[in-house]
Design a protein. Structure first.
Ligand SMILES: [Zn+2]
Length: 495
């Protein structure tokens, strides 16, 4: 074969169907990279697309760039938005001329208005356009709901294994290897998958500790078996509330469907046999603080998971901020409350000013009321920064005008555009050193560990008031479509 020409790009969205409204194009536009700019990336950041670029360049493949778009988690994309994004991806693919392979970055829990499995729709549309013989492969987030409709059009899928997702690039390099072997005629990727009716608690997905570390070890063991070229486990994303929700296993072999099925089933059995291990009980902020103070390992970090901005929650819940002020828990900080109005007021007043300001609690009645603060504007920045922790190292982001507000010993960072705290880069831009606080609240479930674990004395995941509770029985699911564990203790594994 002449120099292979490989298309690279993606559409990524983690969709919380339980949230009201829809995600408009403006949210996707925040992190949209048109095809012509993709080639200008050095390919050194920890993302799937950068891993693909690096792997492709190392093999001296020609790259046919596609759009790469990554929307902040939230409600389903409007149909118009989905059609426009997919249309742009397919136009790019057509414009690039014939390709020998396609590498996509897809979340795996993407839904749009009227489309429960938007990732499956993207894969099928690409398959229809390139025809049956062009290898099509993708990498998915650990929080993916894999479906038959995603597996069928693809030649190989792989899933991240870590939470925080520090292995995005590594998984992309793995799939690039599979593409290389396939193009060289040494591999006929053959895939099998299983989906389990199982919801998985987010705190039990942290791969650095048991039981998740054992699940990852089991996946690696499967991957190392003779004949297996790739093994993956997806733990699902429940809040999309669709029939696609579930935990899944995927195995790729070299032209041996029977062996792929045996391994996918064996991993699924292993997970199902331990199903109670993947469920954690929820804790209130008050319970966690009492435990934390008794243990005395500071700073105590509260992961305000029900208002996790990274999962699509509004990120302006005020319960923990109000508790810090009421109980005089100092020095303390809440990172970050999404509140463009408060940030604008602080910027107008300037650094060092004292302002009367209402913080948070505006988006939803469950998340308020706003907290009135008479606060010093301790630090200001434009919110443009580059991540420096292991998860998104080297990735640029923008959260808009940002302010550090401080009332007595209680601090809060207000940002203008939703994002969860992943590492310390934004705090450092404000002149803040998180390890100097005794209590830290992060609006994140697991990814904050990328940068905050090294400074944390102890970590507690808590359910304050929020829209993404981990108490599954409290969530208003209506579309799961079947009995699921642990909502139904008697749910059957289904195979
Ligand atoms: Zn994820």
């Amino acid at each position: 074969m002449a120099v292979p020409r490989i298309a690279i790009g993606g559409i990524e969205h983690e969709t919380a169907g339980l949230l009201p409204g829809e995600t408009p194009m403006s949210v996707f536009d925040r992190r949209r990279l048109p095809a012509d700019q993709l080639l200008q990336r050095p390919g050194d950041a920890n993302t799937v697309v950068d891993g693909y670029l690096h792997g492709a360049r190392g093999r001296e493949w020609e790259i046919a760039p596609l759009i790469w778009i990554k929307g902040t988690s939230g409600p389903p994309a409007s149909r118009e938005t989905f059609d426009a994004m997919l249309g742009e991806l397919l136009d790019d693919l057509r414009r690039g001329g014939p390709v020998d392979g396609v590498l996509l970055s897809l979340h795996g829990s993407f839904a749009a208005e009227g489309i429960d499995d938007a990732d499956g729709a993207v894969l099928q549309a690409v398959r229809d356009q390139v025809g049956p013989d062009v290898p099509l492969m993708s990498v998915h987030d650990l929080h993916c709901n894999l479906t038959e409709a995603m597996i069928n059009p693809a030649d190989a899928l792989a899933v991240m294994r870590t939470y925080p997702h520090v292995d995005m690039r590594e998984r992309a390099l793995h799939v690039t290897d599979l593409m290389g072997e396939t193009l060289a005629g040494r591999l006929r990727p053959t895939m099998a998958f299983r989906q389990l009716p199982l919801l998985w608690s987010a705190p039990r997905m942290i791969d650095a500790e048991p039981p998740m570390s054992e699940a990852v070890a089991r996946v690696v063991e499967a991957n190392n078996r003779p004949g297996v070229v790739s093994a993956s486990l997806g733990v699902g994303y429940q809040w999309v509330d669709s029939p696609a929700v579930g935990t899944s296993t995927v195995v790729v072999t070299d032209d041996d469907l029977a062996a792929a099925r045996v391994e996918a089933d064996a991993m699924a059995d292993w997970v199902w046999d331990r199903r109670s291990d993947w469920i954690s009980q929820t804790m209130t902020p008050g319970e966690a603080l009492a435990l934390g103070d008794a243990q005395g390992a500071y700073p105590i970090v509260l992961a305000d998971q029900a208002d996790n901005t990274g999962g699509g929650a509004p990120g302006d819940g005020t319960e923990v901020l109000r508790m810090f002020i009421r109980d005089g828990r100092e020095p303390s900080v809440v990172l970050y409350v999404v509140d463009a109005e408060a940030a604008a007021q602080a910027h107008e007043a300037g650094e060092g000013a004292v302002i009367d300001v209402q913080v948070g609690g505006r988006s939803h009645t469950d998340l308020g009321p706003p907290v009135h603060m008479r606060a010093v504007v301790e630090g200001l920045c434009d919110g443009n920064f580059v991540y420096d922790g292991p998860m998104w190292k080297g990735v640029s982001d923008s959260v808009g005008p940002t302010a550090w507000l401080k009332q007595g010993g209680v601090s809060v960072v207000v940002i203008s555009l939703p994002q969860q705290p992943v590492d310390l880069a934004l705090c450092h831009m404000l002149g803040m050193e998180p390890k100097e606080f005794r209590y830290i609240c992060v609006k994140s479930t697991g990814h904050f560990r990328s940068g905050f674990e090294p400074v944390a004395g102890s970590i507690y995941n808590v359910d304050a008031k929020g829209l993404l509770s981990q108490s599954f029985s409290d969530l208003p699911f209506t579309r799961l479509g079947r009995a699921m564990y642990p909502l139904d203790e008697a749910a059957a594994k289904g195979f």
